[in-house]
Design a protein. Structure first.
Length: 191
């Protein structure tokens, strides 16, 4: 899947080898629109592929988070005003599972992250105007992280994302990335 992707805000340091994308974030990168802070930032690193309509995507993420707002995960994007980023974010001196849904303005929702010494997986499904975000610490059990309305589009971009609004230098590895047709599952199906 990585070979089909292209960068929005390509980082200075990155490599793709043996199915693993390694990224080191540039200084003061972010995705955010308006809410609370009043600014718009569209400078985060995003390595996306285009889909024809609805999809399911998942990826394994392993990072070395240390500074306020260090973050990495998946992004699904229509354009600069309509997107979601989800993953792990460092805030208040700990790691959080984090989602930021943006339809003109950004929101931010967090929940405590479980122990994940070897990283974590994210899965995003967009289907019929709804986005479902799941995470996993073992690649087998997938609890729900977020369910929300999401704009319907003929084409989405989806892929790995990372940002460091307060610094540069977050090292992240993305692997096991897949994108395919939207998988229909019961809301509480953990598989």
């Amino acid at each position: 899947m990585f070979e089909q992707a292209s960068w929005l805000n390509q980082p200075e340091k990155w490599s793709l080898e043996n199915g693993t994308l390694r990224v080191t974030s540039d200084d003061k990168t972010d995705f955010w629109r308006k809410t609370s802070y009043g600014f718009i930032r569209d400078s985060g690193h995003f390595f996306g592929v285009a889909t024809d309509g609805d999809f399911t995507a998942q990826v394994h993420v392993a990072g070395h988070y240390a500074t306020l707002y260090d973050q990495a995960g998946l992004m699904a994007r229509i354009d600069a005003e309509n997107w979601i980023k989800c993953g792990v974010e460092f805030s208040d001196d700990q790691l959080w599972l984090s989602t930021v849904l943006t339809v003109d303005t950004s929101d931010w929702a967090v929940s405590a992250a479980p122990a994940m010494p070897d990283g974590f997986w994210l899965r995003v499904t967009v289907s019929e105007g709804v986005i479902r975000v799941q995470y996993s610490v073992d690649g087998k059990v997938w609890p729900l992280l977020r369910l929300a309305p999401f704009p319907v589009a003929a084409r989405y971009l989806v892929g790995p994302m990372c940002c460091t609004p307060e610094r540069g230098g977050l090292a992240v590895e993305f692997s096991q990335w897949t994108v395919g047709p939207a998988v229909a599952r019961d809301l509480h199906d953990l598989s």
